[in-house]
Ligand binder design. Structure first.
Ligand SMILES: Cc1cc2nc3c(=O)[nH]c(=O)nc-3n(C[C@H](O)[C@H](O)[C@H](O)COP(=O)(O)OP(=O)(O)OC[C@H]3O[C@@H](n4cnc5c(N)ncnc54)[C@H](O)[C@@H]3O)c2cc1C
Length: 558
């Protein structure tokens, strides 16, 4: 049976619409049907979460999907992620340790009103010749050897359509995951609530301290994704291009059970206890409340992603989702769509994609596995004022220096490159996963010793030379050979950063010499491990950079 379409995409949200656009931009004559449950235009502001993008996802939307002009005209530019840490005087925002850029970052990102964005993406999708049916509720998929049959309901009527490929982009409906049984448990139980307010919330107005306000140009704090942190939670404030504001509370339920904030009234009460200033400012906005949403245990994993044999794939939240702390949802969509569209296009060119599909699935699932420890068991660290800024800086550094750079240079679909990165123990990709895990363990081991609450400090990640270099380098294009060298070079820098951080921690905790040589792959505070064998010493400039984020007094350390 000849199928009606090359691809049917189940769900026309961010992942589904961008997948269709990515495919069409590569192959204009590909035939695609998008089936979306929502019957009409998306509402503005009070729609979905996923309003803050970071560098990888922004690059994808701007350059791979090609909506740079739309984003610059209709959505907001973003001045990075901004963090305010635990404080004994939370009523005074100006005294909290603040971490965020003082100006525009070299590689851009955006704040998104998901309603405006998805309406625009639907228009672009249709303008490229893809059929989008709104109000179409997908019920089932029957897999066939030549064509798959998708059953859906439209205006109460049962309908069917056939395609060579089916892509599940229906998010938590998890249509294929449920049908084929590849759900995979994940040990990360964080939960969230969020709501939208009509109008602008500018946190510069939350303090009369002019010195604090004038530290930054007006509107720079407003344009950041703002996080307020303390033990077991963070609260977000995100500005939307439609002139509204998104607010969210995210917690580890072992520390802040969801029952304490799972209605608007309870959330306000929770804020009055944990973030009194936010409570004062936000409760005054109650008449502007647009919606209130709850999501318990949002993290989920996936056992599978792509099948070459049966010609299906999953993308977006229909696959895996970990944690919104660093706004990575759009990144995961970008990666997943890029791998899936490459497989579909090769298959339509009648290439054998069997091995490639296995490699892509393994690479993506390993990436997720390496990403999990960044969040898992880490919510208690949110109440620290020394570990957490250093952890955030480290997490940014690895994301900018390796993950983002590999993506912008198309390395995730370059089998040779993947082999060089991951096939041997010494591959830069394998070392990257190891080093990342080692540092996440260090942050946990260090926690009992970081007892002081620091205040009145401003940290700009871009004042650190290596951080500025990594962020500015994200969109630089390299030839494949040069890219591997660049990634290896960045890994050597990250190893030095890891050692420079560990030297300070170990001096504080164990009184070891400040200039002790350390093997980055042996880093631990556990007794009985010789961390110095084959040790390295970081360059002075990296030590100086790390010192800028170090608050404990050096003499205290010794
Ligand atoms: C608390 C929280 C905060 C987040 N914050 C961020 C952030 O700041 N930045 C970020 O990048 N990501 C963030 N994310 C992740 C982000 O929300 C997701 O990555 C993104 O929305 C997923 O897009 P998607 O297309 O997979 O799903 P969706 O955008 O939900 O699209 C799925 C579509 O499928 C449709 N659908 C469902 N069932 C059917 C069916 N049976 N038939 C037809 N259609 C169907 C739905 O109507 C929907 O339109 C956050 C997630 C959470 C939980």
């Amino acid at each position: 049976m000849k199928p009606q379409y090359d691809v049917i995409i189940l769900g026309g949200g961010l992942a589904g619409l961008t997948l269709s656009i990515q495919l069409k931009r590569e192959k204009p004559d590909i035939s695609i049907l998008v089936l979306e449950k929502r019957p009409g235009d998306a509402p503005l502001a009070a729609f979905k979460v996923g309003e803050s993008t970071v560098e990888l996802g922004s690059y994808y939307l701007r350059h791979v999907i090609g909506i740079k002009d739309y984003l610059e005209e209709h959505e907001l530019p973003k001045i990075g992620l901004r963090f305010f840490f635990k404080s004994k005087t939370k009523g005074d925002i100006s005294s909290r340790v603040e971490l965020g850029a003082r100006g525009k970052l070299p590689t851009p990102s955006h704040q998104l009103d998901r309603g405006t964005l998805e309406n625009h993406l639907t228009k672009v999708t249709r303008s490229l010749g893809t059929e989008v049916i709104l109000g179409a509720i997908v019920k089932d998929v029957d897999f066939g050897s030549e064509a798959h049959t998708v059953k859906y309901k439209l205006d109460g009527e049962e309908k069917t359509a056939t395609a060579r490929w089916v892509a599940d982009a229906a998010s938590r409906a998890s249509l294929l995951k449920r049908k084929l049984g590849f759900q995979k448990p994940i040990d990360h139980a964080a939960s969230a609530v969020w709501w939208r307010l009509k109008g602008v919330i500018d946190i510069d107005q939350w303090s009369d301290n002019l010195e604090w306000r004038n530290q930054l140009e007006p509107k720079l704090r407003y344009l950041s994704t703002v996080h307020f942190l303390d033990n077991g939670y963070w609260v977000w404030v995100i500005p939307l291009g439609t002139g509204n504001t998104s607010i969210g509370i995210v917690t580890d339920p072992a520390i802040h059970p969801m029952e304490t904030y799972n209605s608007y009234e309870k959330a306000m009460n929770w804020l009055s206890i944990n973030e009194p200033l936010a409570y004062e400012k936000l409760s005054a906005e109650t008449p502007n409340l647009m919606d209130f949403m709850i999501l318990k245990h949002y993290a989920h994993h996936s056992g599978r992603l792509y099948s070459a044999e049966d010609r299906w794939g999953v993308t977006g939240e229909a696959g895996a989702f970990l944690d919104p702390f660093y706004s990575p949802g759009t990144d995961l969509i970008s990666l997943c769509n890029t791998l899936l569209s490459d497989l579909i296009l090769r298959d339509l060119r009648q290439e054998d994609i069997d091995l490639r599909a296995k490699v892509y699935e393994q690479s993506f699932l390993s990436l997720i596995d390496n990403w999990i420890p960044i969040y898992q068991s880490k919510y208690p660290l949110m109440g620290t004022t020394q570990i957490m800024p250093i952890k955030i800086c480290w997490d940014w550094a690895i994301y900018w220096a390796v993950t983002s750079l590999l993506f912008t240079n198309k390395a995730f679909t370059d089998i040779n490159m993947l082999r060089k990165l991951f096939a041997t123990e010494n591959g830069a990709g394998v070392k990257f996963g190891k080093l990342s895990g080692i540092m996440q363990n260090l942050f946990l081991e260090w926690m009992p010793y970081d007892t002081e609450i620091f205040t009145n400090k401003y940290l700009d990640p871009l004042e650190l030379n290596f951080m500025r270099e990594f962020q500015a380098g994200i969109e630089v294009k390299h030839e494949p050979g040069e890219l591997l060298e660049k990634i290896e070079d960045n890994m050597r820098k990250l190893e030095q950063v890891a050692v420079a951080i560990f030297q300070k921690v170990s001096t504080q905790v164990k009184g070891t010499p400040a200039d002790m040589k350390v093997d980055p792959y042996k880093i631990t505070l556990k007794d009985g491990v010789d961390v110095t064998e084959n040790g390295i010493t970081p360059d002075q400039s990296i030590k100086d950079d790390v010192s800028m984020f170090w608050f404990y007094k050096e003499e205290y350390a010794n």
